[in-house]
Structures are given as structure tokens and as C-alpha cells.
Design a protein around this ligand. Sequence first.
Ligand SMILES: [Mn+2]
Length: 356
Amino acid sequence: MEMTLRWYGAKFDSVTLQQIRQVPMVKGVITTLYDTTPGEVWPIERVRAMKEEVKAAGLRLSGIESVNIHDDIKVGVPSRDKYIENYIATLEALGQNDIHMVCYNFMPVFDWTRSDLKKPLPDGSTALSYDQELIDKIDVDSMLSSMEQKSDGFVLPGWEPERMARVKELFAMYRDVDEEKLFQNLVYFLKAIMPTCKKYGICMAIHPDDPAWPVFNLPRIITSKEKIQRMLDAVPDKENGLTLCTGSLGSNPKNDIPDMIHAFRGRIHFAHVRNVHHIAPGKFDEAPHPTSLGSLDMYAIMKALYDTGFDGPIRPDHGRMIWGEVAMPGYGLYDRALGATYLSGLWEAIDRSSAR
Ligand SMILES: [Mn+2]
């Protein structure tokens, strides 16, 4: 595995590449052209410049999170073919720059949902949290304004203002899209891009839906072992794979994550490893990374990745906001650095005890 941190680019991130370079064991970053919009072709010169910038800081560009998918592809309207062509052109620009992992998601309207971006925890830190009861009580408009108020001026991934301005229109577009239709639209997209992925050795890593159940009556298709297996089987090329996000899958206590890691062996191209604290069904807080502070067995997760020979990029995921840091919710430096160090420590212990 290669330890990485997510980085949004110098214009958008409060964390610098120089800071990331000083986190023990972190060798790479996962980044994106954050100011592009879904459906746009990424200019090859900009991809090259992004790669050079990361390299100049002594780090490797280990993959892209994300190249977002235009809604026309998810909805499956005829104009999708044009946007798929654009997506392929972006993949070519990445492949020509020797970039081989692309994370994306196939969630309608919202990339991820939380009821609170700054829930105070007993230790005085704040964390993202989710409470289905609260979500059921609010309408989409008040959800948008609370996300904006609590994001400290940062643009949240998947909640870009230009996109959110069209939120009613987006809901209308998805009115007739049920789970099956969304699934078929995903398969159509994957089949169309596979030849390009094979040509350049690009592994596509779909991110699970977060949380792992339908929100605001929108369909969710990457939520459980069975559904993920169906997606992998529908397009069996190894380039069609998964981002194993323990926090998203782990929002549902029924998901046995070490078991999934074994089941999807060879198809996991990227790992997001974080802990969640289950409070009640449909209610959880994002927890510090260590096992004893949340509900997931982080040792068993890292052991399963080790035992299945996982060799892709891995990153700690959302961190709490600690030590007075002001950053994009979930993406401060300090708690993620602690997470990277903790996960690297688990890996070292597993590696050394297995070698004997
Ligand atoms: Mn994730």
C-alpha cells in the first residue's frame, strides 16, 4: 500500500503540499482539478502542471479523486454519449500523464450527506455526523443553507454552489430514475470507458454511497456486498473496481468490511480508511481513527487489506477538527495526519508479525 492524503489544490485547500510532505509515511497525494465541472474535458497541460506541482513538493500524484460524472450520464438521457466522450478524453489526458487510478461516484444529486458538519464531541473537537431523524425533518433548501453556513467558506466536494443552484432541477431529472435504471446507466458508462482504461492501465474506483442507504428518496446502488458484487460482475474487467471506503460502507453496521475486502480481492484500487461511531440505527458520528474510539475494527480492516495483497493508494479519511484548526470540514491536516500515522503503525505491526 502507499499512504496518501487527499489534497484539493493550492487555491482551495488550507493544507499545503509542504505540510503533507512532513507527515510521517505519507508518500503521495490524491488530488483533482477542483475547479473543473462535471462533463468538462480536462486539458492535458493542466493535468501535467498538477502532476509537476506535486512532484516538486517531493510527493507522488497517486491518483485522482474525483473525476465527477455528469448528471446526464447518471440519468441516462441521449446527451450522455457526448459527456462520456468527454470523460474518455479526460481519461486519455490522465493516462498520457501516467496517472492510473480514478475515484468517482455514481450518486444522484448529492455526493454525500451529513446532518452536522461540526458536531461537538466530548473532547472539545468537532466532527461530521449524521442523524436520519434530523434529515427526515429538514427540506433540501434548509439543508443547503446549513451546509453552507458550517463549511467555513470552503467549497464542499459535491456541493459546489453552481450545482446546488440547480438542485430542484436535478431532483426533477432523477424523478423517473430508480435503482435499476441507475445501475444500468452505470454499466453503460463503464462499458463505454473500459477500452480506454485498458489502453492506459487506468483503474476506475467507484466510491460507495454515503451514507449507505437512500437519502431524500434518491436511489443508492453502491451500498452493500451484494450490490457491489453485482456491479463488479456486470463489467468484469479488473479496471472496473472499487474505492473501499470504510466510513461510507461502515455507516451501516450490517456491512462486514473485512469480509468485503476478501470478497473483492483484486478489484479494490483505492482505500479510504476511517472509523465511525454508531449511536443508533441511522445515527453516527465520525470518530478518531483508532479502533477503541469508534465502532469499526481498524486492525481487522488493515489486516484484510494486507492479507489480500492490497497494493494501491490508501488514505486516512475525514478527520475531526482539533487544536483550533480551521479547514474544510473533514479535511484538516492534524487529525488526518494522526490517522495516517496510526494506520501506518497498524500496517507495520501486521507486516512484521506476518513475516516471522
Ligand atoms: Mn470515502
